[in-house]
Design a binder for this molecule. Structure first.
Ligand SMILES: *[C@@H]1O[C@H](CO)[C@@H](O)[C@H](O)[C@H]1NC(C)=O
Ligand SMILES: *[C@@H]1O[C@H](CO)[C@@H](O)[C@H](O)[C@H]1NC(C)=O
Ligand SMILES: *[C@@H]1O[C@H](CO)[C@@H](O)[C@H](O)[C@H]1NC(C)=O
Ligand SMILES: *[C@@H]1O[C@H](CO)[C@@H](O)[C@H](O)[C@H]1NC(C)=O
Ligand SMILES: *[C@@H]1O[C@H](CO)[C@@H](O)[C@H](O)[C@H]1NC(C)=O
Ligand SMILES: *[C@@H]1O[C@H](CO)[C@@H](O)[C@H](O)[C@H]1NC(C)=O
Length: 319
């Protein structure tokens, strides 16, 4: 039985790894930069603090560092949504059931997107320059990070705290299933031990060129079927469900028991999955930011965010 209580899961998550590895987040950011319009780039330049030089690639891993500070601890749980899965029989994400009090990756994307909208208007009106509004810089850094996280299947699954509680072997590493999906599979796929942190690496350049050519088993248009920033909760939920489906389909599919996932066939089966998931993150992030800057959304529409489970005796005992 893999399913643990939400409390045990959160405790486990607290001790585990939290996201695509930092360098993978940065690569997703650098890749998304390739899709930004000149107008988007110039607006983002004013939103980010000067030390990022307008680069969401450079800024994409900030959220993990911040979550581990005392000041930013409140945002720690925004990096995932713990769905009540029972793989391989049942996997799905429901907002009111799974987004706990204090928020989750779905509510955080909606919240920070709404904040970012107002920041973009401020830049357009000349009221914000040089990243002087920290709330705005944070909103952009969170959006750049969370659109990555939500595409990592184990950030949309509550089983053993997103796989942080499942000990596995990968090559020479004794690790957890979560870490395997955060980095080890990606590194193995790209034949590297890490990615550079200041520039896009060839493996990711190739993903961007495949995005342009629509060269994946699933049409890229489907990845952004929901990409209207005026419906951020719906879109983020659809992205979480899309990731979560992979957990029943593949992610939890092998009996681990010391199986070496690097050589058992598990990793090679996962390569096309991580390539597609990271590419989804890249395309959604680029599209989202371009639409926000172009103003391609319903400006009158604002989501009323509610992150308390609305059902009796929910993950927080119905509090
Ligand atoms: C800042 O970004 C510009 C391109 O946007 C680049 O030409 C320049 O070298 C960068 N500066 C630093 C210090 O990285
Ligand atoms: C939205 O984000 C802000 C920080 O940017 C935070 O103070 C607020 O609590 C968040 N709201 C929800 C409902 O998560
Ligand atoms: C495991 O370690 C050995 C010895 O250090 C090394 O030769 C081998 O290439 C490593 N294998 C992997 C998959 O990293
Ligand atoms: C990584 O190495 C394998 C075999 O060693 C090769 O088939 C694959 O194309 C390489 N991948 C990249 C991204 O270089
Ligand atoms: C990039 O990595 C190097 C080496 O680990 C480190 O010194 C540097 O601070 C990193 N820079 C950024 C922007 O993450
Ligand atoms: C895994 O190992 C445990 C303990 O050795 C054993 O009881 C179980 O049957 C094994 N499961 C599989 C699928 O091999």
């Amino acid at each position: 039985m893999l399913v643990r209580s939400a409390i045990a899961a959160s405790a486990l998550m607290a001790s585990g790894v939290t996201a695509w590895n930092k360098d993978v987040h940065q690569q997703i950011g650098y890749s998304a930069e390739q899709l930004l319009t000149p107008a988007t780039k110039s607006i983002l330049h004013h939103i980010l603090e000067p030390k990022y030089n307008g680069s969401i690639g450079l800024a994409a891993s900030w959220a993990d560092d911040y979550a581990h500070t005392t000041e930013g601890a409140f945002s720690y749980q925004w990096h995932w949504i713990d769905s009540a899965d029972n793989p391989p029989y049942y996997c799905n994400v429901y907002y009111n059931r799974d987004c706990t009090k204090g928020g989750c990756v779905v509510s955080a994307i909606a919240n920070q997107t709404q904040i970012l909208k107002s920041c973009i208007s401020k830049v357009k009106k000349g009221e914000l320059v040089h990243g002087e509004d920290l709330q705005c810089s944070y909103a952009l850094k969170w959006v750049a990070h969370f659109l990555g996280d939500i595409a990592q299947p184990l950030h949309a699954s509550g089983v053993a705290a997103g796989g942080n509680g499942l000990d596995v072997v990968f090559g020479n590493h004794s690790t957890e299933l979560h870490a395997v999906w955060d980095g080890w599979i990606v590194y193995a796929d790209a034949n590297v031990t890490s990615f550079p942190n200041t520039t896009i690496q060839p493996f990711f350049k190739d993903l961007v060129s495949r995005i342009h050519k629509d060269d994946f088993s699933i049409p890229t248009a489907e990845w952004i079927a929901c990409s209207d920033p005026s419906t951020p909760l719906e879109c983020a939920l659809s992205w979480a469900r899309d990731s979560n489906a992979l957990t029943c389909d593949y992610v939890y599919s092998q009996a681990f028991n010391g199986t070496n996932l690097a050589t058992s066939g598990y990793a090679t089966g996962a390569y096309p999955i991580v390539e597609v998931q990271m590419s989804k993150a890249i395309l959604r992030l680029g599209t989202w930011l371009n639409k926000l800057v172009a103003g391609n959304y319903d400006h009158g529409r604002n989501v009323v965010l509610q992150t308390n489970p609305s059902w009796l005796l929910g993950p927080d005992g119905g509090e």
